[in-house]
Design a protein around this ligand. Sequence first.
Ligand SMILES: NC(=O)c1ccc[n+]([C@@H]2O[C@H](COP(=O)([O-])OP(=O)(O)OC[C@H]3O[C@@H](n4cnc5c(N)ncnc54)[C@H](OP(=O)(O)O)[C@@H]3O)[C@@H](O)[C@H]2O)c1
Length: 259
Amino acid sequence: MNAPRPAAELFSLRGRTALVTGASAGLGARFAAVLAQAGATVFAAARRLDRLKELADSDPRIHPVACDVSQEADRTRLVDTARAATGRVDILVNNAAASGETRAEDESPDAFAEVLGVNLTAPFHLARLVAEAPTEDGAPGRSVINISSILGLVTAAPLGGASYSASKAGLIGLTRELAGQWGPGGTRVNALAPGWFRTEMTADLFADERSSRWVERNTLLRRGGEGQELDGALLFLASDASSYCTGQILTVDGGWTAR
Ligand SMILES: NC(=O)c1ccc[n+]([C@@H]2O[C@H](COP(=O)([O-])OP(=O)(O)OC[C@H]3O[C@@H](n4cnc5c(N)ncnc54)[C@H](OP(=O)(O)O)[C@@H]3O)[C@@H](O)[C@H]2O)c1
């Protein structure tokens, strides 16, 4: 066995290129900043370019790319942009997501398909685009991180939504399948499944006292998560620290799914 590596080196992303979708807000903006802080060159993608530019102003390693992940051409352009600039993509964080209607009766099949397009088809295609390029000899293994959710694992009735939960459960199946297909080539594919975190997506939930108390009551740690409490899990999956980890679902939920 080799001597233990210093933690800073084990988690370092220096020299690596990362793509983060949905980086204009919430967890995605945080993920882009965390990867850049660890040394990666980060291509931060979303539709709101003004927000991405603000994020890029905070760290010269972050590069904004306008991208609607529901559009195939935009997805291809995003990966091409990163490759043209750095010659590689080592880390993909499939984070962008849309939430559909809460009640199945209110959701049309077209609206359902639209959510799946953003939350499941786009991650699949981006992962393919990233994984299909040959890796250089001696390059660090690629890491695809799919941002799923506790709603892909359990129902949180009366909250949730058919398309959203189906897409997040689908991402878990996709994670295992791609890990199986791409393991021999050295591309690792894992999922991160957060519990309840305060973002634009959950603003109404946390603004409402009853639902906010419901989150606290049903979480073992008796509170919602803070964005920084995902930093370690993200860095673990992105870096050499998880070099023997693939096809896994890392749940960071204050104990919600342990009940
Ligand atoms: N917050 C939570 O409690 C929680 C819990 C479990 C899982 N998650 C997951 O964590 C991830 C981030 O969630 P969040 O709470 O940070 O969400 P959020 O605040 O609503 O942000 C969503 C991000 O996705 C982007 N996005 C949406 N549609 C897009 C599209 N068509 N093309 C490109 N980007 C698009 C948005 O950017 P633009 O509008 O600028 O395009 C935004 O940056 C999601 O996958 C979500 O499902 C969140």
